[in-house]
Structure formats: structure tokens, C-alpha cells
Design a protein around this ligand. Sequence first.
Ligand code: CP
Length: 282
Amino acid sequence: MVDAAAWPGAARTDLAGHSVGTLFFEDSTRTRSSFTLAAQRMGAHVVDCSGAGTSVSKGETIVDTALTIESMGVSALVVRCTPEDGVRAVADAVQCAVISAGAGAGEHPTQGLLDCLTIAREFDRDDAFDFSGLRLLIVGDLAHSRVAGSAVVGFTKLGGEVICCCPEEMTPGPPMASSLTIERDLDRVIQDVDIVMMLRIQMERGADPGSMNAYTKAYQLDARRAALMRDDAIVMHPGPMNREVEIASEVADGPRSRIWTQVRLGVPVRMAALLHCIQSTT
Ligand code: CP
């Protein structure tokens, strides 16, 4: 799908005649836009029913909204919501394919897939997708990050090692914590990894960094810390970034950054996800 995604318009016709509903009950730039482009690149139509302006504001539930759009005749629903079990509740209620676009602080599976694809292409692992020997460092608010949840699942399933670096109050709970090495000293651990993934502080999910000055001093990826990294190590960030908080602009825009590669690969990953899920259910 990577080559097809680079074409403007409908590069493929696999999903011609299908419609895809996008139901985003939380804000999104990357995921929502890339699912829309992905559906269009595959020849499908998109009906967007997201956020303000929907009957959710009148008290309609997420599941009833999903049933409403499904009744109009869609082959797949792409759902983002705040409850961690919200996407599962939709999937249990409808017959069409349901793809999670991020559920609360739980999982964000297509982000995990695009992160793995970015790493596989960067380190020439995209034939067998064998990540053995690769070390991924995830830094920041792991306690509230659905991106981390899916990155950990994907990266470890492919054979890589995940290390986390965060303050005590942002330490992930079980089950994620049980499979991870948790470090506190970023200057030390950053020197011995292949990929550094920075996370935004999820204020909307109750994260409390305490003193922001203390947080940025201990955990911001700035130019001094980036200089400690291995020569071939890369920097990732799922976005949206809070520049000068978890990452300095000179690193986000610098030569190690693969942030825009991640965004670009979101489209082909979501083309593949839509095709796989619609073919599996129709
Ligand atoms: N990475 C991510 O999910 O970004 P959006 O919230 O903009 O979709």
C-alpha cells in the first residue's frame, strides 16, 4: 500500500462501492484525516459523523450513533472514543467491520502498526518484520498513553525490546508494566537504544506532571540529549507534539526525526487495515 498511498485520488479500486463511517468522539488531526484519505485511495466513500454537530450532544450514546450510521449502509466504522471499552461496545453491537482509532488510555492499534512500519523500513526489517536486537525507548506519560499501549504490544510481538523512562507518577500499571523495563535516568538510558519515542503529557486524561520546569529538565528531548544517542538512532513522536515540553523543536525538526515519516505511513497502514477488516466481514 505504500506506493499506492503516494498516488493522489483513488489509486486502487479494492473498496469501490463500499462506504466507511468515521465516528470520532475525541479530537483528531492525523488519524481522522489519514483514515479518510486511506478510504478514498481504496475507492471507498466516507461519511464523517464526528464530535460537535452530531446527536451525541443531545444524549445519544456512542453505540446508538454507530447503529444509526451502520443502518444507512456502511462496510466499516472507524471509532475513536474516551471510554477504553467504547470501541468494543460498538463492535459487539454492529455487524460491519469496526476499527479502533484510539480508545481512551487503552490502545491505538493503527498507530502501533504505523510505528512498527516506520521502524521496519528505517532498520531494513520490512521483509520479515523481525525486530530482534532492536531497542525502543518510550519516554514520558506512559500511564495515560494509548499510543504506548499499542507500541509495546507491536514492538515486543515482533521480537524487539522496550524500555520506558518516566517519572514515578507516569509509570504504567499492569498489564503493560509487567513486560517492561522502567528507567528514571534519561541521560543514561538514551545512549543505548535504537529508537526514542517521545510522548505528550495527556492532561485531558488526568496526567499531572507537577512542576513543568522539573519535568522538562528531567525528560525533555533536547539537542544536548539527542547528541548522546547512537549515531544511527532515530526519534519518533506520534503527535500531536507539545514543542518545548517533551521535545525541543531543534530535535523535532532535526536529522534524527522520523515524525513526518510516521504521519505519511499512516495512510498506507490504514488502507491495509480497511481492506483487511472489510474483506474479513463482507
Ligand atoms: N497520533 C494521533 O492519534 O494523532 P491524532 O490525535 O491527531 O489523530
